[in-house]
Design a protein around this ligand. Structure first.
Ligand code: NAD
Ligand code: UD1
Length: 323
C-alpha cells in the first residue's frame, strides 16, 4: 500500500514510518519540521519521500496525497499548555490543517484517513477508566481542536465516503520523544533530567495520573486501524488500561536507571487534567489491539534509547572537533 504520513518526522510519526517501511509499504512524509527532525527518519530515508511543507498549505497537501491509499494524519501542534498560550496557532495547524488533509484526501480518492486524536477530548472525567461513550468536554484549546478534527472526519465519511478512523491516544512515550522544549512530554523530560543529573520538576503534587502507553504499542494500533474492516466511523481509545501517578513513575525510573529521581514541585499547569486511564475494550474488539509492551519494559527501552542517543551525540561532537 502507499501511505502518506503527515507529521512523519516527529516522535510517533517516525516510529510509524520505520514500521511501514519494514513491512514493505511505500511511504511519503509531509512535515514542516517544526518539532520533527530529519534525523528521526535516518533509518528510513533512502526508502521514503520527505516533503518539507505545512498541512496549512492545501496545494502541498494535495501534492502529498497524490496516489496515496491511506493517510496517517499525525501532524499537529501537540502541546496542551502551548494551546492555552496561543489558541489561534493551535487552531491553524490542528483544525485548518486537518480540514486541508481531509479535502485533499477526498479529492485524491484516498481510501482511509487514520487521525491522531487525543484523550484530551474528554476533559475532566469523573469515571475511570474512560470509555469512548463518555461526554466530550475538553478543557484546553488543544482538546477542542482534536474534537473538531474528529467531527470533520465523521462528516467527511458521511458526505463523501472517505473512511475515517480517530484514535484517541493517551500519553505516549518512548524513543525519539523530544525533551527539548518547555512543552515536551513529561517522560522525555524526566529521562533527560536523569541523564543530565538535574532535578525533574513536577507541576502540582505529582499525584496526577496518566495512562502512559509505549510508542511501539501505538504504532501497532495505527497499522491495525489502517486496515480493520469495522473501524471506519469510530473513535477508539489507545492506551494500556492502566494508570500511574507522576510520583510512582519517578520511583520506577529511579529503580530502572539507578539514578536519584527526587523531584522539585511547582504550581500545577493550566489546562491540565487530573487523572486519565483508557478503557481499551473497543480497541481490543475492533482492532485486535493488545499493548504488548508493558509500562516498565517501555520505560527501560526508553532509558536505553536516551543513553544511546547521548553517547552517539557525544561521539559526533568529539569527531566534529577532531575534524
Ligand atoms: P511530535 O511533535 O513529535 O510530532 C508532530 C509532527 O508534526 C512533527 O514532526 C512536526 O514537525 C509536525 N508538524 C507540526 N505542525 C505541522 C504542520 N503545520 N504541517 C506539517 N507538519 C507539522 O508529536 P507526537 O507526540 O509524535 O504527536 C503526533 C500526533 O499524536 C499529534 O497529532 C498529537 O496531537 C497526537 N497525540 C500525541 C500524544 C502523545 O502523548 N505524544 C497523545 C495524544 C495525541
Ligand atoms: C499529552 C500530550 C498531548 C496528548 C495528551 C493525551 C505531549 C507534549 N502532550 O498531554 O499531545 O494529547 O498527552 O493525554 O506529548 N509535567 C510535569 N513536569 C514536566 C512536564 C509535565 O509535572 O516537566 C506534568 C504535567 O503538568 C501533566 C503531566 O505531567 O500533569 C503530563 O504532561 P504532558 O506530558 O505534557 O502530557 P499531557 O498534558 O497529558
Amino acid at each position: 500500500m502507499r501511505y502518506l504520513v503527515t507529521g512523519g518526522a516527529g516522535f510517533i510519526g517516525s516510529n510509524t514510518v520505520d514500521e511501514l517501511v519494514r513491512r514493505g509499504h511505500e511511504v511519503v512524509v509531509l512535515d514542516d519540521l517544526s518539532t520533527g527532525k530529519v534525523e528521526n527518519l535516518s533509518q528510513a530515508s533512502a526508502k521514503i519521500k520527505l516533503m518539507q511543507n505545512s498541512i496549512t498549505n492545501l496545494d502541498a497537501v494535495r501534492e502529498a496525497c497524490r496516489a496515496a491509499d491511506c493517510v496517517i494524519h499525525l501532524a499537529a501542534q501537540t502541546s496542551v499548555p502551548r494551546s492555552v498560550k496561543d489558541p489561534i496557532e493551535t487552531n491553524l495547524a490542528n483544525v485548518d490543517g486537518t480540514l486541508n488533509v481531509l479535502v485533499a484526501a477526498r479529492d485524491a480518492h484516498v481510501k482511509r484517513v487514520v487521525f491522531a486524536s487525543s484523550c484530551a477530548v474528554y476533559g475532566k472525567t469523573s469515571e475511570l477508566p474512560i470509555r469512548e461513550s463518555a461526554a466530550l468536554a475538553p478543557i484546553s484549546p488543544y482538546g477542542v481542536s482534536k474534537q473538531v478534527g474528529e467531527a470533520y472526519g465523521r462528516v467527511f465519511q458521511e458526505l463523501y465516503a472517505l473512511e475515517f478512523v480517530a484514535l484517541r491516544y493517551f500519553n505516549v512515550f518512548g524513543p525519539r520523544q523530544d525533551p527539548g522544549s518547555p512543552y515536551s512530554g513529561v517522560l522525555s523530560v524526566f529521562n533527560a533530567a536523569l541523564l543530565e543529573g538535574t532535578q525533574p520538576t513536577v507541576f502540582g503534587d505529582g499525584e496526577q495520573s496518566r495512562d502512559f502507553v509505549y510508542v511501539g504499542n501505538v504504532v501497532e494500533a495505527i497499522l491495525l486501524a489502517a486496515e480493520a474492516k469495522r473501524a471506519p466511523g469510530l473513535a477508539i481509545n489507545i492506551g494500556t488500561g492502566n494508570r500511574c501517578t507522576l510520583n510512582q513513575t519517578l520511583a520506577l525510573l529511579e529503580k530502572i536507571t539507578g539514578r536519584p529521581a527526587r523531584a522539585k514541585y511547582a504550581p500545577p499547569r493550566e489546562g491540565d487534567i487530573r487523572d486519565s486511564q483508557a478503557d481499551i475494550a473497543l480497541a481490543q474488539d475492533i482492532l485486535g489491539y493488545h499493548p504488548r509492551i508493558g509500562f516498565e519494559e517501555g520505560l527501560s527501552l526508553t532509558w536505553e534509547w536516551f543513553c544511546a542517543a547521548r553517547n552517539a551525540s557525544n561521539r559526533t561532537s568529539v569527531h566534529g572537533r577532531l575534524e
